[in-house]
Design a protein around this ligand. Structure first.
Ligand code: SAH
Ligand code: TYD
Length: 404
């Protein structure tokens, strides 16, 4: 049985997806694909309450000098991070504050600190996206954050008022080292503020496509509180975020250094009621996932049989799980359109569906577009008015398989 990365206790997996490629390993059609595969499987540890992968992919296979994911590809996310920066800045007191961000990618969040002339440092191991951040004036070091990195940063820059992270804590298996590092790096009264996809939303929406190699953990308040307590830290505030299909922002401080906001016990009660601390909840989730796995390819095959063309929208990491788990190959989804230049002209991991530019989509639109970037639905539906007015339809599979 696998062992919990947080508590060390043995636990049962509740859902297996079979062999998967690295979610962001787009391949050049002129070259053979990297044959690397790993068993994608998730489980729930009743002791730590943490939902997690049972097998890990080495981090250097996922985060390197040609990492495909650039944060700044959505206008909605740009606005989200501007507001995140404003809320952090509002809480900064004292002279010459210093803010550190873990997984700062292309600087979508820290640019607001750089532009305001505030002391900041991004810690970003993927060298290509780190370089994009530097190009827009964001101080960035290229390395993986852990306790050693925290020590080095504290020695060079002094202690931090806030350590931030978005969609990165859930990527890091060695969270014990990360939290020890953060504790060392923070000033007295300093805070760790991070947000990640919320397991409560994943369960509620059956959004199983959040499960892939990079996402080692699927957090709840219960699991984050358990982890925090192991390091003398406490969750002092939580706030839902309407991004990535439903995220939660957690604010942590050293135990006793900050008052606990009413949002914390309120969410703890909601999680009890939703059964996020019970294995049966995840067994039910796994059954719902199997249903989508049958219904989605069945719909695509039916449309194909009717002579309709279907393409994909958004070559997301999530789409790697969906295509490979549901057996969606280029005969069912002709191509995937994506705004990221580095993904265009490449083949999607495993399923090998060609990725094309938005222009190609506009010039050769299908009858149906399968919305792999369903978390950006509002932005995309507004942008693709013409496609829809001319009779094009979007297909979603979250929270259920449906033609929009
Ligand atoms: N914060 C951005 C990027 C999220 S993608 C956003 O929300 O859009 C996750 C990022 O974390 C990647 O850029 C990856 O290179 C980085 N990362 C992965 N492991 C890390 C670690 N141990 N320390 C710091 N960054 C890490
Ligand atoms: P995201 O949903 O953050 O994906 P992931 O599952 O990897 O976390 O990324 C959105 C992807 O969709 C990204 O590759 C850019 C693409 N995209 C478009 O092609 N068009 C759009 O209008 C938007 C908002 C995103």
């Amino acid at each position: 049985m696998p062992q919990c990365l947080i508590s060390g206790a043995a636990f049962e997996p509740f859902l297996s997806f079979g062999e998967m490629p690295v979610a962001n390993a787009f391949s050049d059609p002129a070259r053979p694909e990297d044959p690397f595969r790993f068993e994608l499987e998730v489980g729930f540890c009743p002791e730590s309450k943490m939902v997690q992968l049972t097998r890990l992919v080495d981090e250097t296979r996922m985060f390197h000098d040609h990492y495909a994911f650039y944060s700044s590809t959505s206008a909605g996310m740009a606005r989200h991070f501007e507001a995140f920066a404003a809320s952090v800045r509002a809480g900064l007191g004292g002279e010459d504050p210093f803010v550190v961000e873990i997984g700062s990618n292309d600087g979508i969040l820290l640019r607001h600190f750089a532009d305001a002339g505030l002391r900041h440092l991004g810690v970003e191991p993927s060298a290509n996206v780190a370089e994009a951040a530097r190009a827009r004036g964001v101080n960035t070091i290229s390395r993986f954050f852990d306790e050693d990195a925290a020590r080095a940063i504290a020695a060079e820059h002094g202690p931090a008022d806030a350590v931030l992270g978005a969609n990165v804590m859930c990527h890091i298996p060695y969270l014990h080292s990360v939290l020890e590092g953060v504790k060392r790096l923070l000033k007295p009264g300093g805070v760790l503020v991070f947000e990640d996809p919320y397991v409560g939303d994943i369960v509620r929406k059956t959004s199983f496509d959040q499960i892939y190699d990079e996402h080692v953990f699927y957090f709840s308040l219960a699991s984050v509180s358990h982890l925090a307590a192991m390091h003398g830290l406490a969750v002092v505030d939580v706030a839902r975020q309407d991004v990535h299909g439903g995220s939660m922002r957690y604010t942590l401080a050293r135990e006793g250094e900050r008052p606990v906001a009413p949002s914390v016990p309120a969410l703890a009660a909601e999680e009890e009621a939703a059964g996020l601390h019970r294995p049966e909840t995840y067994a039910r989730f796994a059954r719902e996932v199997q249903r989508v796995r049958e219904e989605l390819p069945a719909l695509l095959r039916r449309l194909r049989a009717e002579g309709k063309r279907v393409t994909g929208y958004g070559a997301t990491s999530k789409s790697t799980t969906v295509t490979n788990f549901c057996g969606i190959t280029p005969d069912l989804v002709e191509y995937i359109t994506d705004t990221t230049p580095g993904k265009q002209g490449m083949l999607s991991p495993g399923a090998r569906i060609p990725v094309v530019s938005p222009r190609a989509f506009a010039e050769d639109p299908p009858e149906y577009a399968l919305l792999f970037a369903w978390n950006h639905a509002a932005e995309i539906l507004a942008k693709e008015k013409t496609f829809r007015e001319e009779g094009g339809r979007f297909i979603t599979y979250v929270p259920r398989v449906e033609i929009l």
